[in-house]
Design a protein around this ligand. Structure first.
Ligand code: 5GP
Ligand code: MN
Length: 339
């Protein structure tokens, strides 16, 4: 995003606009934090602003300031379609290809609104007039902070904005420990705390809201953990039957894949989660060092993401998907053992 882009956006936002803000399907902490953070900021410019998410998100994200204003596309499709079709500007946050919004792909690709992308995933599509895309950023929330800063509006960051942005930086960096966490990330976090983000409150509301059943499900997942030491790989499976046994709710499996990666010497961790309703196996991949799970997911599992965190899906059975995963591992032997 250069000076000219910033001038253009400033000019654009100098008069009242109808603005829609959209994150990816199955929004996570960074998606909810960045969209609501930007929402509170744009409201200060007297714009008409609406956050529309493709579908529902976990209850541990439902305390965030502005949560009650969010519309869910899959539940309120026609009013969302109207808002999108009438919008002057659509901000797309924490994704970079319309297919990542699921059922919103069609209406978004047909929309005549000016698009502004703020995102940190690899290989962005070319749909946005203004593109703030940087794969080295810890999170979209950190980028929204820099975006507000570039517009010279840091003084407008209040406790609501600070809370939203803190949330997504925290969740996307694994609480400030992943490689994407820089000294700048910490400076941004320090500023957000000074502007009113209550770090302990935010952490407790995201990470300390487990139900007994969720912990039982975690126990089941850890029981299913398999290790392939010669390929420095660990993986977990969860069948639909197991999910049902522990009364699975959205978000219950969030972060479980990281337990595989916490094993000494493991470079690649995967989790395979059966979703009978969607007819897919949802795959999450995590890695350490330079081993790119983004590449692996793109090549084999209809997905993508970042070097050290990617997602994907498979239309085969749970067993067949795991067998495929095991069968491709030897071709990565060198990369896995180089770490
Ligand atoms: P998760 O495993 O937590 O679902 O996703 C890890 C990362 O990969 C996130 O940054 C997410 O946005 C990205 N990701 C997840 N699923 C997909 C997918 O199907 N396609 C692409 N391109 N990225 C994905
Ligand atoms: Mn993100």
């Amino acid at each position: 995003m250069n000076k000219q882009d910033i001038t253009g956006i400033k000019q654009l936002l100098s008069t009242q606009k109808k603005i829609v803000i959209v994150p990816h399907k199955n929004p996570d902490g960074d998606a909810i934090g960045s969209t609501l953070g930007l929402y509170h900021y744009l409201l200060k410019g007297n714009h008409q602003v609406q956050v529309i998410v493709p579908n529902d998100y976990p209850s541990f994200l439902k305390w965030v300031p502005g949560n009650d204003t969010i519309l869910k596309y899959d539940l309120q499709t026609s009013s969302c379609d109207t808002l999108i079709n009438d919008a002057d500007i659509i901000f797309t946050l924490d994704f970079n290809a319309f297919h990542r919004t699921g059922n919103m792909e069609d209406v978004l690709s047909k929309s005549k609104a000016l698009k502004i992308m703020i995102d940190h995933h690899q290989t962005p599509d070319d749909y946005a007039t203004y593109m703030f895309s940087d794969v080295n950023m810890s999170s979209t929330c950190e980028m929204v902070y820099h975006f507000i800063d570039m517009l010279n509006d840091k003084s407008l960051i209040d406790s609501n904005i600070a809370t939203c942005l803190y949330l997504g930086i925290m969740t996307d960096t694994g609480s400030f420990r992943f490689r994407s966490t820089t000294s700048t990330t910490h400076r941004v976090i320090a500023d957000l705390i000074e502007k009113g983000a209550q770090n302990t409150y935010i952490h407790n509301h995201v990470y300390d809201t487990n139900s007994y059943e969720r912990l039982q499900l975690l126990g089941c997942a850890l029981n299913n953990l398999k290790v392939i030491p010669e390929l420095r790989t660990a993986y977990i499976t969860l069948s639909q039957k197991e999910l049902n046994t522990y009364n699975f709710k959205k978000g219950d499996t969030e972060g479980v894949v990281n337990y595989g990666l916490s094993l000494n010497g493991i470079v690649l961790a995967a989790i395979f989660i059966e979703d009978k309703q969607e007819g897919i196996i949802k795959i999450s991949l995590r890695s350490k060092g330079d081993f790119s799970v983004n590449e692996m997911s793109r090549a084999h599992f209809n997905g993508g993401g970042h070097t050290n965190a990617a997602g994907g899906k498979s239309y085969s059975s749970l067993n067949a998907t795991v067998e495929k995963f095991i069968s491709i591992l030897p071709s990565y032997n060198k990369a896995l053992n180089n770490e």
